[in-house]
Design a protein around this ligand. Structure first.
Ligand SMILES: Nc1nc2c(ncn2[C@@H]2O[C@H](COP(=O)(O)OP(=O)(O)OP(=O)(O)O)[C@@H](O)[C@H]2O)c(=O)[nH]1
Ligand SMILES: [Mg+2]
Length: 483
């Protein structure tokens, strides 16, 4: 454990009260030289205590005193609550530094907590995520990671692999006697199970990361189908330019919005149509790219348009949609549709895209595609009828966007949200795959053991322990060698 004393402001500028944090052996003596306490002093305080004092000529302060190891860093610590003037905060820091402290580097308190074994590396990372969390979803994931649910899951996985390693290492120790401690069939099935779990965790990164960064949602459709109007309706403000001129939106427009506690990044795109115009063409290429990148695609189909004219849009969406993405089909401008009975009357001018004034074709009943004609023609399972002008269907759309995500979050699944962890899990999965094929091809034990060791160390990186030696510790703790 580092012995020097560090100090730093723990609160952002502003507000009424600021907190200056101090940590390190001997820091209570430094505090005593900076603060005149009304009763006693920091060095002689026992356990956790809060003392009132004065920093001469500067401020009245309240000091929380923590004795090692019962503090965030595991060291002697103090938190000085003062009035939130930048002058006072820097004055206190100056006096602490003059008395023997140094200014802490970014994250140094948490780093000390990790070194003291107060938390593992993934929990330390969760502290940063918790501070950065800006939605119920990202908060929930960071908090559960901090509380150790995530570490527990990974520890379980890792100890499975350590156990496999331990058996193989034991064989290596007794290699002259040609003993086989590990039943190869059992080993194969254990490796498969560990590989499956490793891959599941690695695969959860796409969702976990999306929860953290904001889930990408693309609003796509033909020109003039109401995409920009929908973005504005979702946001409740006039963010994107709306006009009845087809091809109004040329470039993507992105905005963040939380639904049901989940953060989404909505992207309004250029309308899809055949065009020779270079800039519009470039915009449409970007729309196509957005379909391929989004986790959720809202595909707008203008309910007043000829269904046949929408077939290329449906085909374009289906062709570019990622396998793990969701598409929500939406029939827009529902306020212009008159509920009536099928069969559908012929359209006055096939292909006309701007004749929205006259209410006409009923595409369905009250919800979904009850008549089925429109959806059947377009070969889509169902669609939400929506009017961004009246708000009809808007709640239903929000629900369709957010329900699957809030459900998967509520399922308490352990999700990977950190790129470093994802990389380590991927490497561990590759090692396990090599172990599996090594077992299948009866590779020598020492080579298989090597791959397993590498997998253990990859997973260990997640917690900050890179100790393949603990495999040996497990061997001796579990087996009586003399027997
Ligand atoms: N009646 C009605 N009109 C709508 C609705 N949504 C959009 N419109 C109108 O349709 C026209 C086109 O709307 P936009 O939101 O600009 O359409 P867009 O899909 O973004 O069009 P591009 O950017 O050109 O691709 C505008 O005149 C809107 O007022 C709706 O729900 N009901
Ligand atoms: Mg637009």
């Amino acid at each position: 454990m580092s012995s020097d004393c560090i100090c730093a402001p723990a609160t952002a500028p502003g507000g009424a009260i600021s907190i200056v944090r101090v940590s390190g052996a001997g820091c209570h003596d430094i505090i005593d030289s900076v603060v005149d306490f009304r009763h006693g002093n920091a060095a002689s305080a026992s356990g956790f205590s809060v003392k009132f004092g004065v920093v001469p000529e500067l401020d009245e302060v309240l000091v929380s005193i923590f004795k090692a190891p019962h503090s965030y860093t595991g060291e002697d610590m103090a938190e000085i609550s003062c009035h939130a003037s930048p002058f006072i905060v820097s004055g206190i820091l100056e006096r602490l530094c003059a008395a023997g402290c140094r200014l802490a580097r970014a994250g140094e308190f948490t780093q000390r907590a990790f070194v003291a074994g107060k938390m593992d590396l993934s929990q330390a990372e969760a502290v940063a995520d918790l501070i950065a969390s800006d939605s119920a979803a990202s908060h929930k994931l960071a908090f559960s990671q901090l509380r150790g649910a995530y570490s527990k899951k990974l520890h379980e996985l890792r100890s499975q692999i350590v156990e496999l390693s331990a058996l193989l290492e034991l064989e290596l120790d007794f290699s002259e006697e040609e003993l086989e401690f590990a039943d190869r069939g059992k080993l194969r099935s254990l490796v498969s199970a560990a590989l499956q779990e490793t891959e599941r965790l690695a695969d959860s990164f796409r969702l976990g990361n999306a929860f953290k960064q904001g889930i990408p949602v693309a609003i796509v459709g033909a020109v003039n189908s109401g995409k920009s109007t929908l973005l504005n309706a979702l946001l409740g403000e006039d963010r994107a330019i709306v006009s009845d001129i087809p091809g109004t939106t040329r470039d993507t427009v992105e905005e963040v919005l939380s639904l049901n506690g989940v953060k989404y990044r909505f992207v309004d795109t250029a309308g899809l149509r055949e065009t020779d115009e270079t800039v519009e063409r470039m915009g449409i290429e970007r729309s196509f790219a957005q379909i391929g990148q989004a986790a959720v695609v809202i595909a707008l189909l203008d309910g007043t348009a000829d269904a046949d004219a929408l077939l290329p849009v449906v085909a374009a969406v289906k062709a570019r949609l990622r396998e793990d993405s969701r598409v929500i089909w939406v029939i827009s401008k529902a306020d212009l549709l008159v509920p009536s009975q099928p069969p559908l009357p012929p359209l006055p001018q096939p292909g006309a895209k701007t004749g929205y004034s006259a209410p006409r074709t009923p595409v369905s009943g009250s919800s979904g595609c009850k008549s089925g004609a429109f959806c059947a023609r377009l070969d889509i399972p169902e669609a939400i009828e929506l009017s961004s002008l009246t708000g009809q269907g808007l709640d239903k759309l929000k629900e369709a966007i957010s329900k699957p995500d809030s459900d998967s979050l509520a399922a308490d699944a352990v999700l990977v949200t950190n790129q470093r962890h994802y990389d380590a899990l991927r490497r561990a999965a590759e090692d396990l795959k090599r172990v599996r094929s090594g077992l299948e091809s009866a590779l020598p034990t020492d080579l298989i053991a090597e791959e397993l060791r590498s997998g253990v160390s990859a997973l260990g990186e997640i917690f900050g322990e890179i100790l393949p030696d603990d495999i040996l510790g497990t061997v001796f703790s579990r087996f009586c060698i003399g027997k």
